[in-house]
Design a protein. Structure first.
Length: 197
């Protein structure tokens, strides 16, 4: 609702094949070790109290050209079979990400589902010029890492992407003033303070 760009729903799934486990056990393991499944070069700093509703976690994520973006997410919801993170103002996209597990074809499936709009025109351009591919690879790798950790020999991740709303919300173009991409770039370009001895 608060974002600028087209609205996308992205669903990433991996079957937990050949492993004796339950959806509840998958989610418990995922939530308790969430940062360890992220691709290398990306850091997730969970709150000390864990991923509980209302808590805020910090993120340092890899962007195009080796740039690092610093942002955060809020835990919107959490139960035995899912948890949801919501992005703050200034994040690359406005939306939420739900991590869940359920039974499908007689075995547990781990799923990440993203509902999102680019936060501002610059982020929309970045997503169009490769950002969507980077994000897809990120969650595909995360799910593969989770499945491998749980004991799956050769995890097969499926990705489904649907454009839910093709309209851009031009009234939200001013979101660019809160852009984490711009702020991170300016921070990196800021000259270091000189010290005297």
């Amino acid at each position: 609702v608060q974002g600028f760009g087209k609205m996308w729903q992205k669903t990433y799934k991996v079957g937990i094949d050949g492993v004796e486990t339950t959806p509840q056990a998958v989610i418990a393991e995922w939530r308790d070790n969430f940062p360890s499944f992220w691709p290398k070069g990306n850091d997730f700093y969970p709150p000390l109290t864990g991923l509980e509703p209302g808590e805020v976690a910090l993120i340092k994520a890899a962007g195009p050209g080796g740039m690092k973006f610093k942002t955060g997410v809020m835990v919107l919801y959490s139960d035995d079979e899912s948890f949801t993170l919501m992005t703050p103002e200034g994040h690359m996209f406005a939306g939420w990400i739900t991590f869940s597990s359920h039974e499908e074809d007689g075995r547990p499936v781990a799923q990440t589902q993203v509902l999102m709009r680019a936060q501002d025109p610059i982020s929309e351009m970045g997503l169009t010029m490769g950002g969507h591919r980077m994000e897809n690879r990120f969650w595909e790798q995360t799910l593969a890492n989770l499945a491998t950790h749980l004991g799956v020999d050769d995890p097969q991740v499926t990705t489904t992407v649907t454009c839910v709303d093709r309209k851009r919300q031009w009234s939200r173009a001013k979101n660019v003033k809160h852009s984490v991409a711009i702020r991170s770039t300016l921070h990196m370009l800021k000259p270091g303070k000189k010290t005297t001895g």
